[in-house]
Design a binder for this molecule. Structure first.
Ligand SMILES: [Fe+2]
Length: 187
């Protein structure tokens, strides 16, 4: 990614919320509708408490404001991507074209992103970029090229998958709203 472009985006993001409070966006689905892939217990904790705490801390100037701001930014991308689980769920249209151009098949992509995620030490995120690359984020950072974003912090999977974060990655593809992802590519 172009560092200059990223800095510009970050500055724009900062300008857009100057003197504004940050907030976590409302969910477009019910908190129990992603069961059992992502349980309502996880959403009650991860979305209701943890993600909103980043916004509260930012708004009240508690802790590291860049960290909290990026936490809000990333969670607002993350929670928008989901829809009710379907075993047969897979990308189509623009997102499928992008994935196949870089990884041959969706299965190859899933294998690769899981392998890369399992190498992450400590807390972070992993994502498919708008240009079809797999990229990682340490802790929280604002990025301008996120297409599909996976929260790899322990709080995202431990409640539902205990120690098995690989299974969380295997299952999350059942709830990705590829229609929503395709719309991101169109804009
Ligand atoms: Fe998170």
């Amino acid at each position: 990614m172009d560092k200059k472009a990223n800095k510009k985006l970050i500055n724009l993001f900062k300008l857009s919320k100057q003197n504004k409070e940050l907030s976590i966006d409302k969910l477009k689905y019910k908190k129990d509708s992603l069961n059992p892939i992502m349980s309502d217990d996880t959403l009650n904790y991860h979305y209701e408490k943890l993600a909103k705490a980043y916004a509260d801390k930012y708004n009240n100037n508690i802790g590291d404001s860049d960290f909290n701001e990026a936490g809000v930014f990333l969670h607002n991308i993350f929670f928008k991507q989901f829809t009710e689980p379907k075993r047969s769920n897979k990308p189509f249209g623009l997102s499928l074209n992008l994935i196949e151009s870089k990884f041959k098949t969706f299965d190859d992509f899933k294998k690769m992103i899981k392998e890369e995620a399992m190498k992450i030490q400590g807390s972070g995120w992993i994502y498919l970029s708008n240009s079809g690359d797999i990229k990682k984020i340490k802790n929280h950072q604002i990025k301008n090229d996120i297409l599909v974003l996976i929260d790899w912090w322990e709080h995202a999977w431990a409640l539902d998958y205990e120690h098995d974060k690989g299974k969380y990655m295997d299952n999350i593809w059942q709830i990705i709203d590829w229609n929503f992802i395709n719309n991101k590519l169109e804009n």
